[in-house]
Design a protein around this ligand. Structure first.
Ligand SMILES: [Ca+2]
Ligand SMILES: [Ca+2]
Ligand SMILES: [Ca+2]
Ligand SMILES: [Ca+2]
Length: 843
């Protein structure tokens, strides 16, 4: 049963007269999905539960928002076979008049709908520097039936049915290089954009999937006149109100690639930029994209240092594969305006750049570890060779980044001996990602190279799709160096099926799902704390066990807390190699649900971790303990009380766990007025081959209201009001220390002559990490009178020691069994392993 170290709490909840029981809004579409800095325009939000809307929250300051009219929109049924973003039927609309400050930062931001009930999921919103316009149907044919737009303008449009096509005609001047950028994935749209460009009545080219579903084309006008572009949904099978786009027709710069692709934090670096309309750029005939040479220029960038060097401050699209990516924007200013934001990443080691001529074993480029190679698969089927020295016994961690830094390549690498004999090939990771944060990558897994002899070795970098995918944008980064175990944390809403906001009432706890993304051979507990929190919001330090990939983390809102909508800061701290490592918790939300099981949702990283505080919780769940300690395999029992804060509600509440650590299986508990107290029982047993493990876990109880159904009566009571308890620490202690052996061989007695001291080897291999030493104590039986054994202390880093057994002169011959106990604390609880030692006193 429970070794209960329960801290019983005084009841903190007092009944209130009103309560938070109406759902927070859900934002499906924000249109237009962007605007020009310094301008005023109308925006329409479409979604559900839009009652009592108050404002829009932008993830940058200085925006003026005025509330406009409400209305309704009808979402048509999706075509058979097409994936659905939204259920068909009526949704609400809410108009706003938005004024962006002139200094609004260019790039992609997050916008949230705020109502009296809380804050919605985010939608992407682009701040641009071009004139903005909105699509006007009909525009389904070539000029003169096309919609006219100006040069250097952005048009916001929708592919409203699968077969909708939108044509735009624009003026061009001889010599102008015109970039057509169509953003879709970048702005939470589901449109697979397909662009076709025509000039002087002739077809010029087409593009799709420039980056994810975004499309990009460029064209240099040979005469003054007109050109037109046709926007469609690739394959014409998908369309609807969620298939919106932002098409920019511009002479602004466009950045395609930057070499080196990473910069050491806090340092300046000279970089070569590849792209179009680059300020001071010149055509590089060798840099070809879509059959056309692009330009090149050099510039100096400064990488942020300190904690910002371990953050992702990139204002472009941030898919889940960027979860462990640290980086920042490069944006260039041209005559007509600014370029796209381009991601530069933080380097861990000194950066070395692919020479371009290292395309065979003989021409391998020499590099010195530790280093961070940034290279390009520049030509069809290219392989890049790097030579490095390594010593026997040295362990070199190799991490290769392609799509985890925004490069659309299927990267792989090989290690060869100097003579070309293969040592290993690494291509894909076997790790199974979560469906709601699908960060599967084509990059090779983290690899530890342990050379068996001193010598030179070859790193060969190539791509599986190099026959079709090559050129300046096919960048990669390979790190060679000592292993640097590290982690990033990503907080998501509790709902893992559909877009959701993060709202709770005063006098309650909000439970985030916090994902642990490990890099290198990271294996440590992480403590999550809050920083600079708003008034009335507290975060009790909470531990995420080293064995977990996901944990609940609770943010508690005091009864006195004022309403709030905005960011909060959570920080994860771990000790790695004796050093304290701190990482700010990132945020992500689902953009679109997927109806079928086992299909990943569309999810992306957000700019801020949001929290909404609205009204008072409808009811409370109060655990009877802040900390529960049990041994591995035992049932965990958490007493819990239901507090009906809103007396008008008569909730029947199903109590379970917000997230269950592997091997934890809770028996659902039902609480209701009249049966307010109960105990949640959590069994520890293997599930799907996953064994429960010792550790320190943070568990949060989750309550959900169910209507009461009685035969012959209407269901009573409110459904689906979710509340969480404050976090409870569950310490699961191991059954023993791990491996503990006494004596050179088990069962072999140690022979000692009277008057001698024997040194018996002892080995302790602990199955857990703790900084405290292991104490080894020996109990001598009364029959072995006079024999003394010294207490032995092994430091946390030591496995081996010698137990000194003193046999005084005159001890009669005989055999004695001594009990040896190794003791060490686990999370403050003493854990003991026992072994027997047989001593034979000789004549
Ligand atoms: Ca249209
Ligand atoms: Ca159209
Ligand atoms: Ca190369
Ligand atoms: Ca691969």
């Amino acid at each position: 049963m429970c070794l209960l170290t329960a801290v019983l709490l005084t009841q903190a909840f007092v009944a209130d007269t009103h309560a938070q029981s109406t759902p927070a809004p859900k934002l499906n579409i924000l249109f237009p999905p962007g605007g020009k800095a310094g301008s005023t325009f109308e925006v329409t939000a479409t979604g559900v539960d839009l009652g009592d809307v108050e404002t829009l929250y932008f993830s940058f300051p200085g925006v003026k928002v005025e509330l406009g009219d409400m209305g309704t929109a009808t979402i048509p049924a999706a075509k058979k076979g097409a994936t659905k973003g939204m259920a068909a039927g009526a949704q609400s609309t809410q108009k706003f008049t938005v004024t962006l400050p002139p200094a609004a930062p260019l790039g992609i931001h997050d916008v949230y709908l705020v109502s009296k009930s809380g804050v919605s999921n985010p939608r992407a919103f682009v701040v641009g520097d071009l004139a903005e316009t909105t699509e006007k149907e009909p525009n389904d044919d070539a000029p003169p039936k096309s919609q006219k737009v100006d040069m250097n303008a952005t048009v916001n449009g929708v592919i409203s049915t699968p077969t909708d096509v939108d044509y735009y005609v624009f003026p061009v001047a001889k010599g102008q290089r015109i970039v057509l950028s169509c953003l879709t994935s970048s702005i939470d749209s589901r449109l697979p954009a397909y662009l076709e460009l025509y000039a002087n009545g002739k077809y010029i080219g087409s593009n799709k999937n420039y980056a994810n579903n975004d499309a990009l084309l460029d064209y240099t006008a040979t005469v003054d006149g007109e050109a037109y572009v046709r926007v469609a949904s690739f394959s014409y099978t998908q369309g609807g109100p969620d298939y919106f786009y932002r098409l920019s027709v511009t002479t602004n710069p466009w950045i395609d690639a930057v070499i080196p692709a990473s910069v050491e934090p806090g340092k300046d670096a000279k970089v070569t930029v590849y792209g179009r309309n680059l300020p001071g750029g010149a055509i590089d005939p060798k840099a070809i994209i879509d059959g056309r040479p692009i330009e090149k220029m050099t510039t100096t960038v400064k990488a942020p240092g300190g904690r910002a060097g371990n953050a992702l401050s990139y204002s472009g699209y941030r898919p889940p594969v960027f979860g462990t990516t640290d980086g920042f924007d490069l944006q260039l200013k041209g005559k007509s305006g600014a370029s796209n934001p381009y991601l530069l990443t933080s380097a861990l080691y000194p950066v070395t750049v692919d020479t371009g001529t290292n395309t065979s074993l003989e021409k391998a480029m020499s590099v010195k570890t530790p280093c961070e190679i940034t290279g390009t698969i520049a030509t069809r089927g290219e392989s890049d060779y790097y030579r490095f020295s390594a010593k026997k016994g040295e362990s070199i961690a190799i991490d290769a980044f392609g799509d985890r830094r925004g490069s659309d390549i299927d990267l792989r690498f090989q290690i060869l001996k100097d003579n070309g004999d293969p040592v290993t090939e690494q291509d894909e990771s076997n790790e199974q990602p979560l469906n709601y944060f699908y960060n599967r990558s084509d990059d090779p897994p983290h690899y530890r190279f342990n050379p068996t002899a001193d010598g030179d070795y070859i790193l060969k970098v190539s791509t599986k799709d190099g026959s079709i995918n090559f050129g300046p944008r096919c960048l990669y980064i390979v790190r060679l160096g000592p292993d640097q175990p590290d982690f990033r944390l990503v907080a998501m809403p509790g709902d893992i099926q559909a877009p959701a906001g993060m709202t709770t009432g005063a006098d309650s706890t909000y439970a985030y799902n916090v994902l642990v993304l490990k890099t290198g051979d990271f294996n440590a507990n992480i403590t999550v704390t809050g920083e600079d929190l708003p008034k009335g919001i507290t975060v009790k330090p909470q531990i995420i066990s080293s064995t977990l990939k996901v944990s609940s983390i609770g943010v508690t809102v005091e009864k006195s807390a004022p309403p709030y909508v905005g960011p909060i800061k959570l920080v994860g701290t771990a000790v790695v190699g004796g050093q304290k490592v701190q990482r700010e918790v990132r945020a992500a939300t689902i953009s679109w649900p997927v109806q079928q099981n086992n299909v990943p949702t569309l999810t992306r990283l957000n700019r801020e971790l949001m929290l909404g505080v609205r009204d008072t919780a409808a009811y409370g769940l109060v655990p009877g303990a802040e900390k529960v300690t049990v041994a591995l395999g035992e049932t965990i029992k958490i007493p819990v009380k239901l507090l009906p804060i809103d007396k008008s509600l008569k909730p029947t509440v199903q109590v379970s766990l917000a997230t269950a650590p592997p091997g934890f299986s809770a028996t659902p508990l039902s609480l209701a007025p009249g049966k307010e107290a109960g105990t949640l029982s959590i069994d520890q047993k293997a599930q799907g081959g996953v064994q429960p493990q010792a550790g320190i876990y943070t568990v949060i109880l989750r309550g959900q209201t169910n209507p009461v159904v009685k035969p012959g009566q209407k269901p009573q009571g409110p459904p689906n009001i979710t509340q969480h308890s404050f976090p409870v620490t569950v310490v699961v202690t191991p059954k023993g220390l791990g491996k503990f052996t006494v004596g050179s061989a088990v069962g072999t007695p140690a022979k000692v002559a009277p008057g001698q001291t024997a040194e018996i080897p002892v080995r302790v291999q602990r199955s857990f990490t703790d900084d405290s030493p292991t104490i080894i104590e020996t109990t001598v039986p009364p029959t072995a009178k006079g024999i003394k054994v010294d207490e032995l202390k092994l430091q946390a880093s030591e496995e081996d020691g010698k137990l000194k057994v003193h046999v005084p002169a005159g001890t009669p011959p005989g055999q004695h069994i001594l009990i040896v106990k190794a003791k060490a604390p686990f999370a403050g609880v003493e854990v003991v392993s026992e072994a027997k030692l047989t001593i034979v006193v000789t004549k």
